[in-house]
Design a protein. Structure first.
Length: 334
């Protein structure tokens, strides 16, 4: 598999749906990245949207942090149980992170992540510079460099027909700035070298156009470089870890992926991302978050969230394909 590292030349805005534009996510989810890449793919190559969306010849993970050359991966669900239990026993010790701080840890450095792929539980003496973010470090200054800083700027919505504004059109928007040695990365697999060439062409165009919101005012531009990466492949995996959002198929639900796995759920929603459909709201879709531990190698699917109509040129899909890697030890409850 290939790891693509995104270096941002401009601020970004990875917004969360809600009131205003203040709330942001630190990373970029796999369904949003998939949709952004395919939009540029359709501009460059003469492929049918219906076929490419329902039978995508590549799979990608969500975007995760990298700082000072160190990649941070999502934790397998339950891997920090021993650490949390130890923190609960020593909660009276001043200066040590408590249960609440450990529960907020979302990512671990690659060396610790590789250890988690082999062991059921991480040891209780996990070093703080191996986890991200540790809540007691307000500036996320974990590895000697700042990962991301936020800055709110006032904005006002104007009527494009007459240039008028109103008091209710004033709002704040949060800009996200990456540190000099920080950015995001994601993993990808391809059905052949020709697919990879097309993907990288679309990704290069996407870097020129930007990802996230406010691209029309210069947000989200990036350059990228790639590296090959491999993880251990046990002959008989005990479970599988998802590194992307995952929408199970009906057959996978019947096989027990929701009853035998450990996971958290997230609702994905919002308007369409294409030029012709941005005024239409997509159907809400519940998915398993990154870091889910499931009992078998899942595939997932891409549910249709907007039907083709006289105003919508083709069906709109949200990617829920599972990007999985094997675990040597299962973390689900026996």
């Amino acid at each position: 598999m290939i790891a693509y590292h995104l270096l941002f030349q401009d601020p970004v805005h990875f917004g969360l749906e809600g009131i205003g534009q203040e709330a942001v996510e630190q990373a970029f989810r796999s369904d949003s990245l998939w949709g952004a890449v395919l939009q540029k793919w359709f501009l460059l190559f003469d492929d049918t949207p219906e076929q490419l969306c329902t039978n995508t010849p590549f799979s990608i993970s969500s975007c995760f942090p990298f700082i000072n050359g160190v990649r941070f991966f999502p934790l397998p669900m339950g891997a920090l149980d021993a650490v949390i239990e130890d923190a609960a026993r020593h909660k009276a010790i001043e200066g040590m992170p408590g249960v609440k701080e450990w529960r907020k840890v979302r990512y671990v450095a690659e060396p610790l992540f590789r250890k988690a792929l082999k062991e059921k539980l991480l040891p209780a003496d996990v070093s703080l510079d191996q986890v991200f973010p540790m809540a007691i470090y307000e500036k996320n200054n974990i590895t000697g460099a700042t990962f991301q800083q936020h800055e709110q700027r006032p904005r006002i919505m104007t009527d494009q027909m007459n240039g008028g504004v109103s008091e209710s059109a004033f709002f704040y928007c949060t800009d996200q700035f990456f540190g000099d040695s920080a950015g995001l990365f994601f993993l990808a697999r391809f059905d052949g070298d020709a697919v990879r060439e097309k993907f990288e062409a679309a990704l290069m165009l996407l870097g020129d156009c930007g990802i996230g919101a406010d691209r029309s005012i210069g947000r989200g531009g990036f350059v990228f470089f790639s590296q090959s990466v491999d993880f251990p492949a046990p002959t008989a995996p005990a479970a599988w870890l998802t590194l992307s959002l995952y929408h199970p198929t009906r057959d996978e639900v019947q096989q027990g992926v929701l009853t035998a796995g450990r996971y958290s759920l997230i609702k994905r929603s919002g308007p369409g991302g294409g030029f012709h459909v941005s005024r239409f709201r997509r159907s809400d879709c519940w998915m398993l978050e990154e870091g889910a531990v499931i009992p078998f190698h899942a595939q997932g699917d891409a549910p249709c969230v907007l039907k083709q109509s006289e105003f919508i040129p083709h069906n709109i899909y949200r990617n829920g394909g599972a990007f999985c890697i094997p675990l040597q030890e299962g973390l689900h409850n026996d």
